[in-house]
Design a binder for this molecule. Sequence first.
Ligand SMILES: Nc1ncnc2c1ncn2[C@@H]1O[C@H](COP(=O)(O)OP(=O)(O)OP(=O)(O)O)[C@@H](O)[C@H]1O
Ligand SMILES: [Mg+2]
Length: 495
Amino acid sequence: MSLSTSIHDIKTLVLSYHPVIVMETVEEDRVFSLLQSTALELRMPFFQWSITTGLVRVPGKSIMYGTGEPTSLLSTLHQMDTQAIFLLKDFARFATDHTVARQLREVSQRFAKNRSTLVLSGATIRLSPEIEHNVVHFHLKLPEREELRKVFNTVLHSLVSANRIEVLLDPREREELVTALSGMTLNQARQTIAFAALKDGKLSVGAIREILERKAQVIRESGLLEYFPVEDNRFQLGGFARLKSWLVRARTGFSREARELNLPAPRGILIVGVQGCGKSLAAKVIAREWKLPLVKLDAGRLFDKYIGESEKNFRKAISLAESMAPVVLWIDEIEKAMATGGGEADGGVGRRMFGSFLTWLQEKKHEVFVVATANDLSILPPELLRKGRFDEIFFVDLPNADERGAILTIHLKLRKQDPSQFDFHRLVEATEGFSGAEIEQVVIAALYRGLHLKQPLDTELLVKEISETVPLSISRREDMQKLREMSRGRFVSVN
Ligand SMILES: Nc1ncnc2c1ncn2[C@@H]1O[C@H](COP(=O)(O)OP(=O)(O)OP(=O)(O)O)[C@@H](O)[C@H]1O
Ligand SMILES: [Mg+2]
């Protein structure tokens, strides 16, 4: 959301009789300038309040004495006839007091009639249900590229003109650095640039890497997402020929040429299918092929016992992911986060989260490519499977003969075995109906057995292990059959 869209949205809220707007953010400065611009455009007076200054009219700074105390502030507001916007900084914490809470309700009822608006800002805001009922939440999006570029230029300008630093970045690298700042508040961006530049008196490409590393650290500390750096990604996927060629084509969607033609970047894919057949692995491999970092969203980590906190966590996770863009966002077992079949059993959290997810997926501007995986189609909301949500929905079945060969090769090589020493014809035939995970398990178990018997791994050992394994395709034949029937013809096969 650019600055002008934010102003537009707040204007709409003010004009449509919303007496109390809540903005939960640490960026007080941005809230202030946003409201100032809004008031200017609406030709409405603008006031701000804090416990230390009381109510002050902006501009001009004329102080309204005796308004420092929350109760006296609210009585003053109740009596004022001016139609205006009031920014109350860190006010919500006083609303736990019964008198303040009651007064706040009365002021909001009055404001709803005379079209004045109170804006409550603060880092975390918890309101009692009676007040919550009368407020609307406005989510201040993180600064856009233009805002960050402006800050970048201002900081550089002041440091360079003071002869404090030397800038060793060409125009393309400058843009990369601005990209790296995404996800930061303006203040964080300012500090980050200044710190990187002042540390050794120059700003060079090294700074870009450092910034990315710092952001990765923030992601790790958030506890909401798991981060896989590009360098560590060595995952290999056997088979999946059609998915792989789709990825090669989709990659061009991220190119500068595509951007210049105003083409939207690819949004994401959903991979559904049989257990242990490489869905999760595919997500990792996509990031590797595209040389992008990978962040994994774990549904379980989002849920919180407090009402509203789960969705807050979800929004936070999404903006953290956006801060790493371009990035692959992997949502494993999406049905667990977005299950809507349970009705109100979970207080509707799944449904609301699902709603926010769909909106975000539809509107997202950042280059965040979503790879969602799902095992259980029956609890996935059908809206998610509709055309146009994801760029494509892929179905993964048990590997065919060629794929089993490829998977065997990967797992033998990973464990220092030479594939040419084995009878692949036999092995591929014997593993019919096995998933990739089961094939991997066979290789591992046979190697253990070989170690125990003090003999090198050979085809016989593998075949023995295979014959002792009952694959899920047999033990859970019916479930698998059902999944296949639901998916065949509807989704694109990965191979
Ligand atoms: N096509 C494949 N190529 C190479 N290895 C594979 C393949 N399929 C599965 N494997 C092996 O099996 C392991 C498990 O696969 P993965 O976790 O990706 O399956 P999944 O489809 O996500 O299963 P689940 O439904 O249980 O989450 C992988 O880590 C990998 O070692
Ligand atoms: Mg998985």
